[in-house]
Design a protein around this ligand. Sequence first.
Ligand SMILES: [Zn+2]
Length: 104
Amino acid sequence: MPTYDYECQTCGHKFEAKQSMKDPHLTDCPVEGCPGPVKRKIGLGAGFIFKGNGFYITDYRSDSYKAAAKKDSESAAASSSSTPAATSPAPAASTPAPAKPTGT
Ligand SMILES: [Zn+2]
């Protein structure tokens, strides 16, 4: 399913929308309170690029993304396991001040 670029004619907000070619064009701006309308931008042969080079770009990106995601999850797991959250003794902050005996 191709991704179309839309640009709001009122606030200039740009966004992408995955649509079938049979779907009607979007007209509403996703920005809250903005009346729109939005205009679909026709890229320079975007459809052809999507079919051709897009495959390789997506493949390359997914590969590097997986590597980055794996690295990220590993570091996250390591940091979370080394965090002494449950075993560290809480400092006794509420130690009562020693009462000095008075009137002896
Ligand atoms: Zn807008």
